[in-house]
Write a protein that binds this ligand. Sequence first.
Ligand code: 5RP
Length: 257
Amino acid sequence: MDWGMKNRISRIIKPEIGRTVMLAVDHGYFLGPTTGLEEPSKIIAELVPHADSLMLTRGILRTSVIPESSVPIVLRVSGGNSIIGDDLSNETITVSVEDAIRLNVSAVALSIYVGGKYEHQTLKNLTSLINECEKYGIPVLAVTAVGKEMARDAKYLSLACRIAAELGAHMVKTYYCEDFEKVVKTCPVPVVIAGGKKISEKDALELAYNAIKRGAVGVDMGRNIFQSSDPVGMIKAVRSIVHENASVEKAYKTLKL
Ligand code: 5RP
């Protein structure tokens, strides 16, 4: 791995502790103005001081993040689908690597739908993206999207994460599940977890805590932060778990719900 690639990865996964709190606000690429992301610039300005990196789309980066920002960017570069379309797995690459470089991103992110109707297409998207990004030392975060028909269990998630790593992804984002340690153990690149749909703050903190304890290097959380009644408190609480190994109880007590 060349210097540039290592340097970009170290902007996201902090080398001092090997952990990361990635704030995900890329949901609009297929969900539109989803709850909590109605005014992206406002919520991003509030939360970004507490994030190690920011995952978002090209459009929101350009319109809703000040260019003077120093937050490392993980750019969502797959899409071309919508929540009302025929099949969410029908994704393509939506941003050129040249534009990602122009936007000075630290990494790019793309979804794969293992087992989905468009599985081959999304895996081909991943390998095309990796082949291009390797030329410029840009790390690729593979997002293991779980189709409706898929069971979000260790068997499925281990399969999806391992395929992503085998194809050359530098980091993988997946979901927490029972026997999560098996998912981490069989995936040879760093794993972060998405939070998934909004659950109680306590349960979301539990999710982060258990994922870290079982080997994740961090979280790439969105809805459980920006849909919380205390978003800033929530990202700080998640941060205390990821970076200070705080207990769930200690982190939860800091929230103003
Ligand atoms: C869907 C994504 C999100 O980045 C990912 O799911 C993390 O967000 P959340 O914690 O809300 O699930 O890939 O666009």
